[in-house]
Write a protein that binds this ligand. Structure first.
Ligand code: PHE
Length: 344
């Protein structure tokens, strides 16, 4: 009986020692420790079986087993120390002043970033932010905006026409203005809304023209709205966007869906009107189209032009992003060259 148990003890100790010399991590060491010395470990188990021995053999076996157990525990401790030192060796060689490896991280496209800023500004002024369809009907893109079929104003914007259903013609919207009428139909008047989105023009691309670009439409309709409101809101908007007071001027301009219509310029924020390359030496930057909503457009949206007046504007977002970052060619935005995007 003792002999069996003694042999078992010997074998277990031998195995444990050889396992100990081959463990290479602290985790492995801990597993081994539990397996051999733990509460349910092999050696502990043998010590529990001591009661099965004849009484006179219990003492000697118990002593032997306990000796082996504490010797093993010491060896485990020693090995633990070795492994700790080995893992610290790497830490000692670590130089915290070495520059780290920066993980690649995406960010917003410069056009989207400025679009979000514009949305925030108008939200804070109590405007709705709406979304509209890029595939638009001829009705909303033209007709409802006082641009009938034969009207020369249709040529102001070169249009991508889509396949025509029997009774509707579809276009890729040439501007966000169709949302003026859709918004009035959907929400009624009075209304304050901005509509950011992508627009399409069938034009030859160059440094300042792209076949697809982005606009934000703005619409305010209420009782007693005047050009003064238009100019005030535009000044506040641009001031917030550029983080400083900006000087704006309105120049008369023709758009069929506003009367009177204007182009809004603002004094160049780079040279403060002195003339520089950004403003092409004129001191002014042509910024957006705007005007008082045409009575026919109010009517198309279901508002009574006798009771309501309103202003609308359409601003090119790509152009704003180009000005802010002094980007010389609009085509960079869609070229997909990371060397360009990584600058923002
Ligand atoms: N839709 C016009 C354009 O794309 C801009 C505009 C919007 C002008 C609203 C007046 C009022 O050029």
């Amino acid at each position: 009986m003792t002999d069996d148990l003694n042999r078992e003890l010997e074998r277990a100790v031998e195995q444990a020692r050889s396992a100990l010399s081959s463990v290479s991590t602290l985790d492995e060491l801990e597993a081994l420790e539990t397996r051999v010395l733990g509460r349910k470990g092999e050696l502990t188990g043998m010590l529990r079986r001591i009661g099965t021995l004849p009484p006179e053999q219990r003492g000697p076996f118990g002593q032997a087993a306990n000796r082996e157990k504490s010797a093993l525990a010491e060896a485990v401790e020693a090995r633990r120390e070795e492994l700790r030192n080995a893992s610290l060796a790497g830490v000692r060689d670590f130089d915290p002043t070495t520059p780290g490896i920066r993980p690649a991280r995406g960010h917003q496209h410069p056009v989207l970033a400025i679009r979000r800023e514009i949305e925030e500004i108008f939200l804070s002024m109590g405007f709705l932010v709406l979304d509209g369809p890029e595939v638009e009907t001829e009705h909303y893109n033209f007709e409802a905006l006082n641009i009938p079929g034969h009207h020369p104003a249709r040529d102001m914007q070169d249009t991508f026409w889509l396949e025509t259903a029997p009774d509707v013609s579809f276009v890729m919207r040439t501007h966000t203005s169709p949302m003026q009428v859709r918004a009035m139909e959907r929400f009624g008047v009075p209304i304050r809304a901005v509509v950011p989105g992508r627009v399409y023009r069938n034009e030859t691309c160059d440094a300042t023209h792209e076949a697809t670009f982005h606009q934000v439409e703005g619409l305010v309709v209420d009782r007693g709205i005047s050009v003064a409101h238009l100019k005030g809101v535009m000044g506040a908007f641009l001031g917030r966007l550029f983080g400083r007071e900006v000087t704006v001027r309105l120049r008369p301009h023709y758009f069929p869906f506003v009367e009177p219509g204007f182009e809004l310029d603002f004094q160049c924020v780079h040279c403060e009107g002195a003339g520089c390359s950004v403003c092409k030496r004129s001191g002014w930057i042509e910024m957006l189209g705007c005007g008082m909503v045409h009575p026919r457009v109010l009517e198309a949206g279901g508002a009574d032009p006798e009771e309501f007046t309103g202003f609308a504007f359409g601003v090119g977002i790509d152009r704003l992003a180009m000005m802010r970052h002094v980007i010389e060619d609009i085509r960079h935005f869609h070229a997909g060259d990371l060397r360009f995007f990584e600058q923002f």
